[in-house]
Every structure is written in C-alpha cells, then in structure tokens.
Write a protein that binds this ligand. Sequence first.
Ligand SMILES: Cc1cc2nc3c(=O)[nH]c(=O)nc-3n(C[C@H](O)[C@H](O)[C@H](O)COP(=O)(O)OP(=O)(O)OC[C@H]3O[C@@H](n4cnc5c(N)ncnc54)[C@H](O)[C@@H]3O)c2cc1C
Length: 485
Amino acid sequence: MAAVQNRIAKSIYIIDPRPIGGMVFGATDDDIMCNTPVDVSSIDRAYSSDLLDYLKHVGVDAADSSYVPRRVIGDYIKYNFRKYLQEATRSGINVLKIDSSCSRINALSRGRYELVLSGHTVWPTICATDVILCTGHGLPKVPLIFGPYSEHFTFFRSPYPEAEMLAKVPASSDVLIIGSKQTAMDATLLLCREGHRVTMLSPSGELPAVRRGFAPSYKFPIEQSDLRELIALWCPDGSHLNDRSIRKKYLLYLARTLRRFSNTPVSRQFSKLKETRERLSEEIHIADDYNCRWEDLIISYVDAINSIYFDCKEVNAHDFQPGFRRKMMRYIAAAALPNAKKILKHIGNDVLAVKQGNVTNIQASQADGKAWKVRWDGGEGRFDAVVCATGFQNHHYYFDDAGALVLDSHHASAVGRIDIAHDLSIRNPRTNKRENIWVTGSATHHRILTSSAIFLSIPQVTAAMNSMVNAVYESLGGEHDLVGK
Ligand SMILES: Cc1cc2nc3c(=O)[nH]c(=O)nc-3n(C[C@H](O)[C@H](O)[C@H](O)COP(=O)(O)OP(=O)(O)OC[C@H]3O[C@@H](n4cnc5c(N)ncnc54)[C@H](O)[C@@H]3O)c2cc1C
C-alpha cells in the first residue's frame, strides 16, 4: 500500500507462500478475536479511522473500542490489497504475488538483488533493486521435551490453523495446553466451546492482565530520559544495584508516571490477589469500572522503550531486570476484556484449570483415549490431546560467507548477523555497507522490545518506506523494482 501511495516502484513483487492476510489474520473461526480494538488496528496509517470506515462499508456494527474477529481484519487486509492493486494498475505499476518462499538474497552488480525462491518452477529467482522483509514471526516454538512426540496424532505444535486442531481433537476430550498467554487463551476458548475440558500449564501459571483498550501514544507522551536511566540500572554482567533496590526504583517511577496521567489511585488500578480465578475476577472488575488506566500508557511505553533499545547495540545489553520484565510483559500483552470474561466463565464452570509448572515427564501411547500421561513439577494428569501455545520463533537473518543474505534460518547466528539501522535498512556487518533492504515487524526483534501489533508494525513500514523514498531520490532517480515478503 505504502509503495503504491508513494508511486515509488515500477514493479512490486509480493513473495509469500501464504495467501494475503498471513497466519494470524487468516483465522476462519469468528471466536478468535483480535486483541486490539478497532481504533488501533488500521493498516492504512496507525490510529486512522480507516478500519472503522471499512467496517461501516461492509455492514459490520462496530465502534472505535470494539474488538472484532481476526477473520474480519484478514478480510480488511484482502480488501485493501485489491483496492491498491487497482490503483497500481491505473498508475502503471506492475504488481505480482508469487506463492513461494524466499530463502536467500544475493547481491548482484549495479545495486540489484537476486531473490532465490524455494521450489518455484516458474520463478526460481527474481531480481529487484529494493527489498522489504515483512516476514513476521517464525515457526511455533515447541518445548524441547515435546520434541520426540511432535508427530503424535493428538499433538499440536500450535492451535493454528484452528479448524485443523478442532477437527482432530476427539469429542469430549481432556486437553493439556502448554502456555497461559494469548495463544493459549485462543485455544482454550475454542476447545471449551466445543465441549472439551482444558488444563493450561505454564511456568508462571499466570494469565495475562486485563484491559479495555489502548490510547495512542501522542495523548500520553513519556519522558524518554527517565526511562533511559531506569533501563541503565540493570546490567546482565551483574554490575548493578541489588534486585530489590532496582525493583523499588521501577515501581516508584511507574507510580509517579501513572499519577501524572490519571486521577485513579494506583492501588485501585491493579489486583494484588494471587489465586488465578480471584485475580482474574478482580482484574475484570477493575477494567469494567475503567480503573485500569495503566492501559493508556502502554503504547507510549512500548514506543519509548523500542526507541531506547534501538539506540543500544543489543536489547539485552541494557534491559529491565528479567523478573520485572516478565511482569511488565503481562500488562503489555494484556488480554482484551471480552476474552477475559469468557475465560473466567470457563474457570467458574470447572471446564478450565490453570496450573503452574514445567513438564518433567511425558508418556504417550498410540491408543485412543487418554493417550497422554504428563507430569510436571507439582502435579500430573492424563490427557487426550496436547496443544502447544508457547509462542513463535524469531527469524535470525545473517549474511553468509558468500555475501548472501540467508532468510531460512531459525537459528541465532552471531556471525554475519544483520545490523538494523534507525531507518530500518540493514547493514552488512561483513562489508559494513548499507543495503537497499529494509526489515519490519518481528524480524526486528533483536533491536526492540516488541513489534507484535498492527499499531507497532505500521509505523515501521512507514519509516522503511520514507527511507526508501529518500534513497531513491538520492540515487540516480531511476525507477525501482520492489519486493515485499
Ligand atoms: C497469536 C497472535 C495474535 C495476534 N493478534 C493481534 C491482534 O489482535 N492485533 C494486532 O494488531 N496484532 C496482533 N498480532 C500481531 C500481528 O500478527 C502482527 O502485528 C502482524 O501480523 C504483523 O504483520 P507482518 O506482515 O509483519 O507479519 P505476518 O502477518 O506474520 O506475515 C508474515 C508473512 O511472511 C511470510 N514469510 C515468512 N518468511 C518468508 C519467506 N522467507 N519468504 C516469503 N514469505 C515469508 C509468512 O508466510 C507470512 O504470511 C498477533 C500475533 C499473534 C502471533
């Protein structure tokens, strides 16, 4: 969309083995809901009314604060794709979607790149002058202990595609879900709806916090210098204050910032309860009463932290103390209020239990019925199916010895790993040369706290596109062939 709006390319190739919309917004079950409300989910520009206008156009009754099914966002993305395809055609821009995966990018002479596509007979390679990598997250993370069972017929590496999972889980099953965050909640809501009983198991045994929505960062500007000082307090080499003192400083800072922006006392914004059901219930009350004002600051915090991290060479060179970071992520990745209410109902109906622990032993048979015997520190159980909801791997892109950018790697490689500049262009560490290749979304993971939301990835795309426009104008002024993945 941005490339067509900027009239920056003569040809645009979109390379992706998946259809437009990707995995997350390719959901087909309308009980898989967005975790972000309408007002922060536009893909045209962040915080625009574009999505709301679209919903009105297609007759979906929604407001700024509504949560819609992820399928609806998928339809909205496809609608925009068709719209911009027409605009591209009118402007003489050639757009081609190639259903393939790109495995490597070779640098050719005169600023051109050759993209090697996997298993495509018509297009084994294509050439382009500029490349944007929008490759999202990688494969599902499967805990090592489940590795030997990954081909078992009632083991699921992730709940998606959800229709496949639901079709394979035998009727009225006891299902173990590994994880207790967003993906685990998605899986739980569908499985409980279908009459299964679910146990969520995770090392923290904690559900995400609960929020109503988000507020755009421009409404709640955060002073970056204060945060910068806070982040500098903890060092991975241990040369820092003791954890207790650091934690105290973090909390004082948070309380101070929250008081600056809201009249709701800090103590009324959070639950101090420990037991899962009681805590969830209290957090739902807090959100219902609109006392969860911390949510107004989330986007500002993430924007500020992302930009501070970007100035560091490595995210983990300076970071928050790990225990605090985990707690902070519980709020950053909080659950949307409607989903939290459904989860509470399932706990109340005794069809959902949330347990804390790490899996220590697994026995899986090929028999029908309770094929899984799983033990964890603190308990054990027999299950008909196991679903992993432990997140997704990050891509680790690097330049190999031949100077090619390797894209099919899920393994961290310190040697030749791409360096990402502020304008999101990448620098080849072997040649120290800036490439006409830009990275957005999850692949920027080693430079930022998170980009896992539309409102975070759209500004990245805008920044990358602005940088590309500048690069084009600085160059000979020739027209460019753009590749996005
Ligand atoms: C479970 C879950 C729920 C989420 N819910 C929300 C939400 O409610 N609201 C929200 O704003 N955000 C949500 N997000 C985050 C959201 O998915 C991302 O912000 C958004 O999808 C980023 O878009 P993207 O195009 O960068 O990546 P993606 O949507 O992940 O798309 C990446 C695409 O790249 C393709 N690809 C990967 N490697 C290659 C390769 N080598 N060659 C060719 N193609 C390749 C993949 O096939 C994929 O289609 C959620 C994420 C997850 C995991």
